[in-house]
Design a protein around this ligand. Structure first.
Ligand code: 4NP
Length: 155
């Protein structure tokens, strides 16, 4: 069975992409497929390098039995484009930036995370950073739907 290496990417790597990493891991484990995935997340910006996920996201995820406390932010790096099979952008700006950063012949690995969940009618996971706690709940719901759709496509 194929092993998949997935990198989830947003801007700061403290809100959306660590939630996507944690939720995808949870959904894959629930389906009995944890061993088929290597997961990581990163940001296109370096501002939060070394920081844990936003406390609002950690709290919202913990209420769903998903522990994000061990994750630390990092910036996307060149070798990500060779090491990972798929690089999943949370929004169009991330997608554009990643496509520009992609090394020779690797741009096909960059995709919008919600591409596999067309039923949502959304192409982007909105940035909850400047909003309230409820934004993190909505983002977790979107990410859960996106993760289940991506998992179904890959297994
Ligand atoms: P993220 O959210 O890209 O989902 O991690 C953000 C986190 C921090 C900032 C912007 C977005 N910031 O401007 O510091």
């Amino acid at each position: 069975m194929k092993h998949h290496k997935l990198l989830f990417v947003c801007l700061g790597n403290i809100c959306r992409s660590p939630m996507a990493e944690g939720v995808f891991a949870y959904v894959a484990a629930q389906a009995g497929h944890a061993d088929r995935f290597t997961l990581d997340s990163a940001g296109t910006a370096a501002w939060h390098t070394g920081n844990p996920p936003d406390p609002r996201g950690q709290t919202a995820a913990a209420a769903r039995d998903i522990d994000l406390s061990g994750l630390r932010a990092r910036q996307v790096r060149e070798k990500d484009f060779t090491e990972f099979d798929l690089i999943l952008a949370m929004d169009e700006a991330n997608f554009t930036e990643l496509s520009a950063l992609a090394t020779e012949g690797k741009a096909h690995k960059v995709r919008l995370f919600l591409d596999d969940a067309p039923g949502l009618g959304l192409s982007e996971v909105p940035d909850p950073y400047y909003g309230g706690d409820e934004g993190f709940e909505e983002v977790l719901d979107l990410i859960e739907t996106g993760s289940k759709a991506l998992l179904a496509k890959l297994i």
